[in-house]
Design a protein around this ligand. Structure first.
Ligand SMILES: [Fe+2]
Length: 215
């Protein structure tokens, strides 16, 4: 009899550097300043505290005119494809899908300018399969809980010292925020950001994506 190992509900997270960070940081920060000057009212959301959030159409709005937005969007798409492939390769093959016909759609793209003590409470993103956060600007931090991004375990499991389930023992995981770094994660994962008390404003760009088959 053939043995079968099945992994149900794995949680993929991809952490990587935006290669254009040094080149585009200043231009993206200028865009953020200009945008906030032209749109003084932040998007309102119940999970947001002490921050300014743009509307959700930043990439389509600036892709053609802003080299930094274009480079960042291309980096997001490439990374979404990478993490989607890691998570779905077996299923795509099993279903004999022609992945060359896949089309990836950025369903939302925005930036957040955090003020002192700015934070985002736990939430999820809808109408998408993958999401990301890119740290455009942040000063020195004392660790993952200082301005970092946290994820809550999708498993309803109490803490235990059972070595048989050590791979899922954490109830939550916080990632240290570092300039130029980006995190890609499944949109169903409950997440948020810890307050940051540094001197420099923390500024992030985020986006959501979904993949469909071209007809
Ligand atoms: Fe979020």
């Amino acid at each position: 009899m053939v043995e079968t190992h099945t992994q149900l509900w794995p949680t993929h997270i991809l952490e990587r550097e935006f290669p254009g960070h040094r080149e585009h940081k200043a231009g993206l920060l200028t865009l953020v300043d200009q945008y906030m000057a032209e749109h003084p009212k932040s998007r309102a959301a119940p999970e947001n505290r002490h921050l300014y959030e743009s509307d959700y159409g930043i990439i389509p709005k600036f892709y053609d005119s802003h080299p930094g937005v274009r480079a960042l969007a291309d980096f997001f798409v490439e990374s979404f494809i990478e993490i989607s492939t890691a998570a779905n390769k077996d299923q795509w093959e099993l279903r004999h899908l022609d992945t060359s016909k896949f089309s990836i759609e950025i369903t939302g793209s925005w930036f957040i300018n955090y003020l002192s003590e700015g934070a985002v409470d736990p939430h999820i993103h809808r109408n998408c399969s993958w999401s990301c956060v890119y740290y455009l600007q942040i000063g020195e931090t004392t660790g993952p809980r200082d301005g970092g991004t946290f994820f809550i375990s999708p498993f309803n499991k109490s803490d235990s010292d059972d070595w048989g389930s050590i791979y899922m023992a954490e109830a939550s995981r916080s990632f240290k925020a570092a300039e130029g770094r980006a995190l890609f994660f499944p949109s169903f994962l409950v997440h948020g950001s810890h307050p940051y008390q540094g001197e420099i404003n923390r500024v992030i760009f985020s986006s959501n994506a979904r993949i469909s088959m071209a007809k």
